[in-house]
Write a protein that binds this ligand. Sequence first.
Ligand code: AVI
Length: 313
Amino acid sequence: MGALAGPFQEVLEGLQRSSSKQIPFSLLYDDKGSELYEQIVELDEYYPYAAETHLLEEYAPLIVRSIPADCVLVELGCGSATKSGYLLNAFHSLHGRCHYVGIDVSQSFLKQAHTNLLGNVHGLKPSSLHFIQADYMEGLTQARQAFPNKLFCVMWLGSSIGNLVAEDAVSFLKKTLSIVGPNCLLFLCADQWKDTSTLYKAYHDDKGVTEAFIKNGMKNALALLGHTVSKEELDSWSYHVQINSKLRRVEMWVTFPSGLCIQKHNVHIRRGESVLVEFSRKFTVQDLQELATRSNFYIQGAWRSGLYGCQIL
Ligand code: AVI
């Protein structure tokens, strides 16, 4: 989907296609969607959140040894900074100091991050914490202006890179590099490609929370085109998850049994047609090598959770 178009244009472009209809995943995160996402990360089946938390909790002391002491830790989409807190704690214990910039669009998340970090990182001074309410690139630009000569370690947790197609992921990382400068470090969390059954269950949970999350995103897309979705209509849609091994991604689709026509915008969804609402890419080590190379980074260290605990690649 076009990186520069606004959401309305992106929805139009994605739904006016005669086949492979799609909507932008950003529409998933309105207030209701964000609430549902908070429930998703608590689900037993949704392993990525717990796995990443475990990895950071357990191995932060090892990970931070790769980050120079004078680095400013800059976090994209910091949320409440629960997971990054483990890294900050370890970094602060190792170096006796830690400068941090949290970037998020949500002011309430920034407040929570501030409280959590001060509570969880022993000895951290309030003056070492900075918060910027902005989108990622604007936030990075402001952070660079605030600390013009500092080495940055940009942290992007949460496996959100998986919600971008390969080209967009490369553009994103290149843009990051161009804003923060050639010597920056990147700490990126990405989910591993794994067995189909684990992947399927993580996105097709028994309680139907992910289904509600995806249908809500679809509803938001149609609302942008002026179509209000009733409860009956929403209930008539079916949700399905497809594991696309070729593209190494989990795809989340909504099917319209009776079709849908929004004449005013020339949108025609046929009976039984499906719309791709979200995908989540899962990576092999080789995929990540390729991503790094194409984005002008090189991999200095990697930590992977698995059957044998954490492995350094
Ligand atoms: C935010 N992102 C990393 C989640 C994922 O796993 O791709 C979004 C999500 N969609 C359904 N469940 C979780």
